[in-house]
Design a protein around this ligand. Structure first.
Ligand SMILES: [Fe+2]
Length: 315
């Protein structure tokens, strides 16, 4: 068990169907968010007709997804800048973190350089980050106030809007105790949408790590049985939308700071859409039974989008 000393600052400081998936090229045009005034971007003329737009409804749940972000490098800052720019027209209130939140040393100044500074506009706007821990993260990060983990390595919380519950796991050390907690937590959840996130992907076409098949054997039956609609992971430093597996949607979002260029296996039967040539983050919107998603690159351009229907509870 890898443990690090607690820093003194820490406490303070269905079938689901991917019914509609349209991917523009990574170099494609920026999406026009619904509700934005007309006046298309200059390259809209080449926008694919089927590209999905975020509904951007007033009372929907809007959130962002990042993973493997905390290297403090220019790429992280570039992605963070795009996150802030997008929030000006799509006011998401949460950010889910897939782990490897802080690479290297974890001194107070590292939390500033690798988290607080790049995401300052979001933090200043009251956006709440919810972290899971990756293999590079000290377990003590659970006490860091901006990660909203409330001192817990794994936790769940109800979304502030819509009928949604998020479940965050600690996948580096998935002891039986945690799995049992997860089973009970899923069984006790009545929310229509159950969305899970943790670091290690059950499905991944990346060469470096790939699918965590042992973890999959443990967790997948619980996901299927308990009507989970969506699973978000990181660890591999790419973006990958996995073809739905047993009715569940999976994404790898491990390139919001790190990037492992060319790491996706070409022609993998798992891949619905991938990007391993640039960094990425995601925006999601839940409105009733639909979840609309877009994946955005370091230039702020949408390169993947679609709509996910929530799974129906078993009859
Ligand atoms: Fe990792």
């Amino acid at each position: 068990m890898r443990l690090r000393r607690l820093s003194p600052w820490a406490p303070v400081c269905a079938l689901i169907a991917l019914v509609c998936c349209a991917g523009a090229d990574a170099a494609g045009p920026a999406i026009v968010v619904a509700g934005e005034p007309p006046g298309a971007p200059k390259d809209a003329a080449v926008a694919p007709a089927q590209e999905i737009q975020l509904p951007n409804k007033a009372n929907s749940l809007k959130f962002a997804v990042i993973g493997d972000n905390g290297n403090g490098e220019q790429r992280q800052y570039d992605v963070a800048k795009q996150m802030a720019a997008w929030r000006a027209r799509f006011a998401y209130e949460l950010v889910l973190m897939m782990g490897d939140n802080i690479y290297g040393s974890e001194r107070p100044q590292d939390f500033v350089q690798k988290f607080e500074e790049p995401y300052k506009p979001l933090l200043d706007a009251g956006v709440k980050f919810y972290a899971s821990l990756g293999n590079h993260d000290a377990r003590e990060q659970r006490y860091y106030k901006y990660y909203n983990m409330d001192g817990k390595l794994y936790y769940s919380f109800k979304a502030p809007k819509e009928d949604v519950r998020f479940f965050a796991l600690e996948s580096t050390y998935p002891e039986p105790q945690q799995i049992e907690w997860f089973r009970k937590e899923l069984e006790g959840s009545n929310e229509k949408w159950k969305i899970c996130f943790w670091h290690h992907p059950l499905y991944s076409s990346a060469r470096t790590h790939g699918s965590e098949t042992r973890l999959r054997a443990t967790l997948e039956p619980l996901l299927i049985k308990n009507n989970v609609s969506l699973v978000l992971n990181g660890h591999d430093h790419v973006y990958e939308r996995i073809k739905p597996q047993n009715g569940i949607a999976y994404f790898v979002v491990g390139s919001s700071g790190q990037l492992r260029e060319g790491d996706l296996r070409k022609g993998s039967p798992l891949t619905a859409k991938g990007l391993d040539t640039d960094n990425a983050f995601m925006l999601m919107e839940i409105d009733g039974d639909d979840l609309t998603f877009v994946a955005i690159d370091r230039q702020g351009k949408v390169f993947d989008s679609g709509v996910i229907k929530r799974r129906e509870p078993p009859k």
